[in-house]
Design a protein around this ligand. Structure first.
Ligand code: UDP
Length: 247
């Protein structure tokens, strides 16, 4: 999967349907022949943090697929002339992936969140897709149970960067082919936290809606300004370099 560099963090440039196709192709192979696919969803706050922290940057760059989560990632990409034209949020991608495999013999797992939320999210998905296979759904990790249930896709909701560290640390001991960090997705899917209405999401203001229902995010979201400053500085320096080269 092709990536573009945004402040040192590789972000996947492929469209959602191509990414899904890539994953489904891998899942279609016998388990031993599959390649592990780690999916992270770097948003501007995370990219900004990673640009100042080599360890976080290395962690994020270990993903085969890094989805451009957050409306400001494609905006930044445009300024840096990177081919990322729309955001793909973790929760939307998770839902698309579940929908795509819901009739196939693919077992899903849900780990993390507040007590009972993983199970509730899995139940909500099964209401929509009755044939969806759920092998594991719990806030706590039980290695034996997870191995026994033979998960193909594991969604991990432990928040950033805990879930990313957990995935990298455990990916080889778990038989899952796809491991995805999904942040607050279980909260949205189970209805524990309301999601912004579609029109708010479409005009790029989901972050503001989230701030009104979870005001403690304010400090975290201030990082967006740091991100914007770094992007403008990088875009300006790229233009100056280009002008010098053209002289
Ligand atoms: N969470 C968890 N364990 C932790 C920290 C967070 O299970 O130690 C869960 C939390 O309940 C929430 C999810 O991780 O459901 C995502 O957290 P957050 O909203 O902070 O992540 P974001 O969506 O901002 O990445």
């Amino acid at each position: 999967m092709q990536k573009s560099n945004i402040l040192g963090v590789g972000i996947t440039t492929e469209k959602e349907d191509k990414i899904l196709e890539y994953i489904i192709k891998d899942l279609g192979k016998p388990k031993k022949k599959r390649q592990k696919i780690v999916i992270f969803t770097p948003n501007p706050e995370q990219i900004s943090q990673a640009s100042r922290d080599e360890e976080l940057k290395t962690l994020l760059n270990q993903a085969e697929i890094a989805l451009p989560d957050g409306v400001f990632v494609p905006v930044a990409a445009r300024l840096l002339r990177a081919p990322i034209d729309r955001r793909i949020t973790g929760v939307d991608f998770m839902k698309s992936l579940v929908k795509t495999i819901s009739e196939q013999p693919v077992v899903t797992g849900y780990l993390g969140g507040q007590r009972g939320v993983a199970e509730k999210a899995a139940n909500c998905l099964r209401k929509i897709y009755p044939n969806l296979r759920v092998g594991y759904a719990s806030e706590a990790y039980d290695r034996q149970r997870m191995i026994r249930s033979d998960i193909d896709i594991l969604f991990v909701a432990l928040g950033f960067p805990k879930q990313e560290k957990w995935i990298i640390e455990h990916k080889d001991e778990i038989p899952a082919t796809v491991l995805m960090g999904v942040g607050g997705a279980f909260d949205f899917i189970s209805g524990a936290v309301p999601r912004a209405p579609k029109f708010v999401r479409d005009i790029g203001f989901e972050w503001l809606f989230r701030l009104t229902i979870q005001p403690w995010r304010f400090k975290r979201q201030l990082q967006i300004w740091h991100f914007a400053g770094l992007i403008f500085a990088r875009a300006l320096s790229n233009r100056v370099k280009k002008m010098k080269n053209e002289r």
